[in-house]
Design a protein around this ligand. Structure first.
Ligand code: MG
Length: 342
């Protein structure tokens, strides 16, 4: 198998974050796997907080390339070898995992969903992230998000009640709140969750720092809203570590090393009675088309990333009436755009 790759900068339509720490681009590396005339595509999306750089990703892919070129027949089992290259590089691993699933499914005239043994996904409602600015900007962004029926808000600001109150002047849509570890006191958290439930908030993601698991268990036991682990969950083995501390987990391909592990996590989390949020980083339709294969297994879907990009180098999924629409093409269904050479 031949692995090639291309570093790229994904540009946002709107800068993210507060003025002192605005992000306009996210680095990425796109991968291409070829075998016997079939081609699979993958993506490593590398937002800064993930802690993986383009340079490290390229070094990892160079090592993977040597393993892959000595393999005469593509099989998912290769991923165990790829995983052993290093302890981290989860997004780099995901880029190979996605390309390999895409390639194998295409070679069998199947979607990846069919390859994994389940039916093609149906279209699902996704939340849509509103980056918070001043009130005027917030109003404008809510107007622009009018096709979406669920909003996602990054909280953990100096005054989150004020933030939600402002949004409620312009929209009564259900809201997913992502606190990004921003709340530190368990009594405050529980009070906030009760108040947020009154505001038609549907779930809260990672309210407390990753080290405060004991406090999270206390909060979750009494919480009127589902609590979803994000920073506390990367890979499969993290699920048992948060047992009893959250009501659900946010699974992202870039955190968990790809589709093979995501599938294992979904299956295990369901057995454990945990809710599943299917999430993403800032990836293009390449990686998002891989995640949508699992869409029918998510209790909540947060796959808006491609809509936040100024230029999406792949086509594969689209958005209509607030839903992620799947094309059910062979593989992941992602196809590079004609002006994107890889
Ligand atoms: Mg989050």
């Amino acid at each position: 198998m031949i692995l090639t790759f291309k570093p790229f900068q994904l540009e946002f339509k709107y800068p993210f974050g507060v003025s002192s720490n605005t992000r306009t681009h996210t680095p990425a590396v796109f991968t291409k796997l070829q075998h016997n005339g079939f081609v699979g595509y993958g993506e490593a999306c590398l937002p800064k907080y993930l802690g993986e750089t383009q340079g490290e990703t390229i070094l990892f892919l160079e090592k993977a390339k040597i393993i892959l070129q000595n393999i005469s027949y593509p099989t998912i089992n290769i991923l165990y070898e790829i995983d052993k290259i290093s302890n981290g590089n989860n997004a780099a691993k995901a880029s190979i995992d996605i390309a390999l699933h895409d390639l194998i499914a295409k070679s069998q005239n199947k979607t990846v969903a069919q390859l994994l043994g389940f039916k093609n996904p149906s279209s699902q409602i996704t939340s849509y992230t509103i980056g918070i600015d001043d009130e005027k900007q917030t109003a404008k962004k809510i107007e622009e998000a009018k096709q979406f029926s669920v909003l996602k808000i990054k909280a953990g600001t100096a005054d989150d009640k004020k933030l939600i109150t402002e949004i409620r002047k312009y929209s009564d849509k259900p809201i997913y709140i992502d606190v990004n570890q921003g709340w530190k006191d368990k009594f405050f958290v529980l009070d906030m969750l009760h108040w947020m439930k009154e505001q038609n908030v549907i779930l809260v993601e990672q309210p407390m720092p990753i080290t405060m698991l004991e406090e999270m268990a206390w909060v979750t036991a009494q919480s009127p809203l589902p609590t979803i682990a994000d920073e506390n969950i990367k890979r499969f083995t993290d699920i048992d570590k948060i047992a009893g501390c959250f009501s659900g987990i946010n699974i992202k391909l870039m955190k968990c090393t790809g589709m093979q592990e995501a599938f294992k996590m979904i299956t295990y989390a369901k057995q454990k009675g945990l809710k599943i949020l299917l999430g993403c980083m800032a990836e293009s339709s390449c990686a998002a088309s891989a995640m949508v294969q699992f869409m029918d297994y998510g209790d909540y879907v947060d796959l808006d990333a491609p809509t936040l990009l100024k230029y999406d180098p792949f086509s594969g999924i689209s958005y209509e009436n607030g839903k992620v629409m799947v094309n059910n093409g062979y593989g992941t269904g992602a196809v590079p755009k004609s002006d994107f050479y890889i």
